[in-house]
Design a protein around this ligand. Structure first.
Ligand SMILES: C[S@@+](CC[C@H](N)C(=O)[O-])C[C@H]1O[C@@H](n2cnc3c(N)ncnc32)[C@H](O)[C@@H]1O
Length: 325
């Protein structure tokens, strides 16, 4: 763990960032160790470093529900906290990536609470993560000591050199972006020639008729704290009173129910996960599932090679490489 600690010490830890507006290098002024300061490029674009994190966005924008969600449920899906391998299994099965990736640099887009950050760090790779919301703070707090390099930024204006990452990983994110196709193209741009891309997205064929899409017009407009209180009251009550929801019940009820879904979770963990995931389904400003054929087309249009687009995990999983040329 010494190397990551050295890497993040002082102003040097900001060396990887580029101005998201003009792509120039950024100079740091302030106290890197104290967690505050400013990153500025020669053209005069400036970005604060606050509470340890470079902030390339002024606020959480449309992603505020996630800021609340991941600060409230910072450990619920993290393998080391749950004692499970749910996240690790999903990542390696979905991406097909090796479990050791020393010497590689991985960009993780939309890290949330850092459940995948933890798994990527354990491969020995350098892990560079960002999130639009204050979830970035959660990942930073949980995994900075393990070497995670985290900032608050948007997928549409990433503060890194184009084509500079061996691998780009983005699970659970692009359906929550206003322009899903642009989000996908932005990720492709970050992969170095010959590098790997792994993205997943909700499956429109599977979700189209589920109840959440009939109530989201209301729930995504509700006061977030109120919606969360509602989820915390209704989901556990349902789980106390009724038998486990069969997956097809999601056509009728906008509730998530994880009883018996994952081996090894305690009853309390199942309830917590169900509350979190119900809020996660009802609160986001954007939720735009895609078709397999759409993802295949986007891969073709981006000139990706070794493309695999499959149903699995949370919907549709895409694995591909950027051509060497
Ligand atoms: C459902 S969470 C998934 C988090 C994490 N990848 C996981 O699977 O646990 C979606 C995340 O995408 C982030 N997000 C949404 N739009 C984004 C954008 N334009 N740029 C970066 N992150 C974004 C949200 O803030 C949120 O943390």
């Amino acid at each position: 763990m010494n190397a990551p600690r050295e890497r993040r010490a002082g102003a040097g830890r900001f060396a990887l960032y580029r101005c998201p507006t003009c792509a120039q290098a950024l100079a740091f002024s302030g106290s890197g160790d104290e967690g505050g300061g400013l990153l500025a490029c020669a053209a005069g674009h400036a970005f604060p470093v606050a509470e340890g994190l470079p902030r390339f966005v002024a606020d959480e924008g449309y992603a505020g529900s996630f800021g609340l969600q991941w600060n409230e449920y910072s450990r619920t899906q993290v393998d080391s906290a749950t004692g499970s391998s749910i996240t690790s299994d999903r990542l390696f099965r979905g991406t097909g990536w090796p479990t050791r990736m020393e010497g590689e640099t991985i960009l993780e887009a939309g890290c949330g609470s850092g459940r995948f950050t933890e798994v990527l760090l354990a491969t020995g790779a350098r892990v560079v993560s960002f999130d639009y919301s204050r979830a970035a703070d959660v990942t930073w707090r949980s995994f900075c000591d393990a070497g995670a390099e985290v900032c608050q930024a948007s997928i549409y204006e990433m503060p890194y050199a184009r084509g500079s990452f061996d691998r780009v990983f983005c699970y659970g994110v692009i359906q929550h972006c206003p322009d899903v196709a642009l989000a996908f193209r932005s990720l492709v741009e970050m992969v170095r020639p010959g590098g790997h891309l792994a993205v997943d997205v909700y499956d429109r064929r599977r979700l189209a008729f589920t109840a959440r899409y009939r109530v989201r017009w209301l729930t995504r407009r509700m006061d977030r704290a109120r919606l969360l209180r509602w989820c915390r009251a209704v989901v556990p009550a349902y789980m106390r009173l009724f038998p486990p929801l069969h997956p097809w019940h999601q056509l009728l009820f906008p509730l998530k129910d994880y009883r018996g879904v994952y081996a090894g979770l305690t009853a309390a963990q199942e309830v917590e996960l169900s509350v979190l995931d119900t809020f996660d389904a009802l609160s986001p400003a954007f939720d735009q599932p895609q078709y397999v054929r759409t993802m295949q087309r986007w891969c073709r249009e981006a000139g990706l090679v070794d493309v695999e687009v499959k149903r699995g995990g949370n919907g549709i999983e895409v694995r591909a490489r950027r051509s060497e040329g």
